[in-house]
Each structure stands twice: as C-alpha cells, then as structure tokens.
Design a protein around this ligand. Structure first.
Ligand SMILES: O=C[C@H](O)[C@H](O)[C@H](O)COP(=O)(O)O
Length: 223
C-alpha cells in the first residue's frame, strides 16, 4: 500500500455504523472513498455527502448512499486530504479546485480527519501556492487586490489553457506567497476582498491528522 492509501485506510476505521460521512476530494481522499465503498459493500450502513462532483461520481460508482444537503443536520466525520499541514494542524487545501465545498462540509462536521503523505507535513505554510476561489466578474480587480497582499496571483488554467472553472462556476487563483507568516491575519484580509468567495487556508478546523509513510506505516501527527 502506498503512503496516501495507508493514511486513508487508517482514517476510515473511525467511521461507525449510522454515521453521516463527508467525502473529501483529491488523490488521497480517493483512497478513503474506495475504502468506504469496500466497507459499505460489506454491510456498513452510513450516509454520505460529497465535496465535489468528482467525489460524488466516485461514490455513486461504488454504491455509497448519498444524501442531499437539505437532509443533513450534522456531519459526524469528514475525511479529506490537504496540500500542506503545519504543526498546529492548520492547512492549505484547494490544489484540486474543491476548496469551497470542502470548507462548507468541514465547517459542518464534528470531526475533520486530514489524511496526507509525509511530503505534505511542513514547518510553515505557504510554499504551496494558496488557492483562492474568486468570482469571474471583474477578476482583474480582484487579482490586483490579491497582489497587494504580497503574493503573485495566477489564475489557474486547464491543460487546454482555458481558465479552470470550479464546480461553483468560479475561477481559482493560485497565490504564490513562498511563506505565510500570519495565517489568521491573511484569512481576514482575504475575506475583506469582495470578489473572493473563499480560500484554501483551513485554520483551527482539523480534529486529527494522519500521515502515511512510504514504509507502509501511518501515524497521527502530534500537535
Ligand atoms: O481541492 C482539493 C483538495 O483540497 C485536496 O484535498 C488537496 O488538494 C489534496 O489533494 P491530493 O490528496 O490529491 O494531494
């Protein structure tokens, strides 16, 4: 088993009968959804909500029962990946373009278990460009406001060089900071820009971080 899968399988052990489960997005969350599919095929009764169209489609293929958000009061546990995690369990997410739905689901979850391989555990956030979801209207103005925060903002493109459009119909801007000195302050500054819908800093949200290693082991990251 590769590192991402080991972390995913460990995290899925936390899911119990009857729970409402949030399905993350990305190559690590993929393994968690596969494992949830395996357990539901064996008879585990859960209900799930997805953080992206991609994860929703995977869940459908695997026969994982999905419920509409209108029926969700609380999500017991969400298992999701991250692009960076620091020693305080603060995260950068959104490398896969799903940060907005991921943050909505994470904020509604009693537990948020983050699964990563060891390359994602960092001393300080910011080497990974911070994804920011913005509305397409007047995007040039929003880019200038982002630049004024001290980063190089780049609109994410698809392989065919078109702007990448999120599941919510917005752009994703990758903000190159190199290092983020004060994530709480940056969170406030980003939310103060009108064209910004949300951003990939997930602060004080994770309740557990599981790191998978190339030797096939998985360990909880201590805080
Ligand atoms: O938008 C995508 C998500 O935040 C992903 O969970 C994150 O980018 C990590 O993805 P991966 O597990 O593929 O590295």
């Amino acid at each position: 088993m590769q590192a991402k899968q080991v972390a995913a399988v460990r995290a899925v052990q936390s899911i119990q009968e009857g729970m409402v489960v949030g399905l993350g997005t990305g190559s690590t969350a993929y393994y968690a959804i596969q494992e949830i599919g395996r357990r539901t095929a064996e008879g585990l009764q859960i209900k799930a909500v997805a953080t992206s169209v991609q994860s929703e489609n995977l869940a459908k293929e695997l026969g994982i029962p999905l419920i509409p958000f209108a029926e969700v009061e609380v999500i017991d546990v969400t298992i999701d990946g991250a692009d960076e995690v620091d020693g305080s369990w603060n995260l950068i997410k959104g490398g896969g373009g799903a940060l907005l739905r991921e943050k909505i689901v994470a904020a509604a979850s009693k537990q948020l278990i983050i699964i990563v391989d060891e390359s994602k555990a960092v001393g300080q956030l910011g080497k990974f460009p911070l994804p920011v979801e913005i509305v397409t209207f007047a995007s040039e103005l929003t880019l200038r406001k982002l630049e004024a925060l001290g980063c190089k903002p780049v609109i994410r493109l698809t392989a065919s060089n078109e702007p990448f459009i999120t599941d919510n119909g917005n752009y994703t801007v990758d903000c190159h900071f190199d290092r983020i000195e004060d994530a709480d302050q940056l969170n406030l500054a980003l939310h103060a820009i009108p064209g910004v819908v949300d951003h990939g800093l997930f602060l004080h949200m994770a309740t557990q971080v599981i790191v998978g290693y190339a030797d096939g082991s998985a360990r909880e990251l201590e805080r």
